[in-house]
Design a protein around this ligand. Structure first.
Ligand code: ATP
Ligand code: MG
Length: 450
């Protein structure tokens, strides 16, 4: 390694901004306590000028020739669909998720499928070859074409990709890689940024698609900077609850397809099994005729899934009533509770309220508001909603029900599963006898009250 000058700098874990001195708050993004110290050694800059002379701009019509129209299939149909039809040449895909959720399992399965016809390389900085073998044996991924590289040195890895030119590379995980050119520890912001930039360079140069595993903290941020999400082409989040077998892979950014798509899996002995029909899967254990359970057609992409939202409202024994949620933002629950109290004159200050989105899915879209509100009222009144009712709509601060995206798709999905009463925002532009159009939360509750 070339001898260089060693300096100290402070990097924000949230946004990746760097500062010469420490402070409690990042001046770039405003986050508190996110600056960490890093020692960097500046070495000779890479020489970019040499390549610059050989590069010429080309007309976009010419660029078409360079695209390889065929996408690489992951061998898992729902995953291919979520990615917009498979993996594109040179694509860099980040798969992030909490510890133990099944990232390595899923990607080893993908490697195994691709290895049926092509050479694939699974690079692991977390597990040794024999550990991967044990998992591989359990899920049926022991194949001649599946190459293992237990390695963390970025230089070795990029060289191996250039030399082997496999059809697909999986890097598990980005936080374990390090470049010897930088002095900071693996997992630090600058190492993560360097590793992802370099892997992206190799992917674009060789056309080899690279899937990067990213560890995620319980708070939901990808360990390392947000910068990572900008660098890669596609970001997929792997979610689920421990103790449940459901796993959902959500595509939250995609340069080669629609974002918001998702694939649903169940975790089994032999690895992850795709769930071809998620709606019926999530509805299969729904209690019949129970208060506090409401069906919500959920989507952040074009394909909705019917999920069950549950609320439990009970008399509190505490001075301050409890508010707990799973799969739903707790602050949003406070807002909905406040709206219900103000607009309907319901008294909830002596009630504990629990909200649960069944199946380990985390719903961030506001369309779920009305389902949560109706589930709370249903539980409070101990009055089940009609069994064939599905509900969606955003609730505003004055209790008005506002329209949301993908209205038609949600209605279609609900109807195809026999939900022929669908509560929707009043200005929904669809005429259908099964729609119950509500202007505000009062009208919604009047309907529930019958
Ligand atoms: N023998 C088994 N039978 C069924 N499920 C298993 C078995 N062994 C492991 N699992 C499941 O696989 C999960 C671990 O999966 P995996 O190692 O792919 O997760 P990961 O997301 O890569 O975790 P990490 O972040 O720690 O690398 C376990 O939490 C468990 O649910
Ligand atoms: Mg793993």
């Amino acid at each position: 390694m070339a001898k260089g000058k060693t300096k100290t700098r402070y990097v924000c874990n949230e946004c990746g901004a760097t500062f010469p001195t420490w402070s409690g708050r990042c001046n770039a993004c405003g986050s508190w306590n996110t600056l960490t110290e890093e020692r960097i050694t500046t070495t000779k800059k890479r020489d970019y000028t040499q390549t610059a002379t050989t590069v010429r701009p080309i007309p976009i019509t010419e660029a078409k020739k360079q695209t390889d129209q065929t996408r690489l299939s992951t061998g898992i149909k729902t995953l291919d669909n979520a990615l917009g039809g498979g993996i594109v040449k040179g694509q860099v895909l980040l798969v992030s998720g909490e510890p133990g959720i099944g990232k390595s399992t899923l990607l080893l399965q993908v490697c195994s499928n691709v290895a049926d016809k092509n050479k694939v390389m699974y690079i692991s900085g977390e597990e040794a070859g024999h550990q991967i073998y044990i998992r591989g044996e359990r899920i049926g991924a022991v194949k001649e074409n599946l190459l293992l590289l237990p390695e963390t040195n970025l230089e070795t890895i990029t060289t191996a990709i250039r030399e082997e030119r496999p059809a697909l590379v999986v890097v598990d995980s980005i936080q374990t890689l390090f470049s010897p050119l930088l002095e900071s520890a693996p997992g630090s912001v600058s190492q993560v940024r360097e590793a992802s930039t370099r892997l992206t360079e190799v992917a674009k140069e060789t056309g080899v698609p690279v899937i990067i595993v990213g560890q995620i903290t319980k708070e939901g941020s990808i360990a390392g900077p947000k910068v990572l999400e900008h660098i890669v082409d596609t970001v997929a989040q792997f979610e689920g609850e421990r103790g449940h077998s459901y796993r959902v892979l959500k595509v939250i950014k995609n340069r080669f397809g629609a974002s918001g798509e998702m694939a649903v899996f169940s975790m089994e002995d032999r690895g992850l099994k795709e769930v071809a029909n998620p709606s019926s899967f999530f509805l299969s254990e729904r209690p019949v005729g129970k208060a506090g359970s409401v069906i919500f057609p959920y989507t952040e992409g074009a394909k909705p899934v019917l999920i069950e939202v549950q609320a439990l409202v009970s008399k509190t024994v505490y001075a301050v009533p409890q508010r707990k949620t799973q799969g739903f933002d707790i602050n949003r629950l406070s807002i909905i509770t406040a709206i219900l109290e103000k607009e309907l004159g319901i008294f909830l200050k002596d009630r504990d309220i629990f909200v649960n989105v069944v199946g380990g899915i985390t719903v961030k879209e506001p369309a779920v508001d009305l389902a949560v509100a109706t589930a709370i009222v249903s539980s409070l009144r101990n009055k089940p909603v009609p069994n064939n009712l599905a509900v969606f709509g955003e609730v505003g601060l004055t209790g008005e029900v506002r329209s949301v995206y993908y209205t038609e798709q949600r209605i279609k999905e609900a109807k195809s599963f026999g939900f022929d009463k669908i509560m929707v925002p009043a200005n929904t532009d669809v005429n259908d006898p099964s729609l119950i159009k509500v202007k505000n939360i009062q009208q919604a509750v009047e309907y529930i009250d019958g």
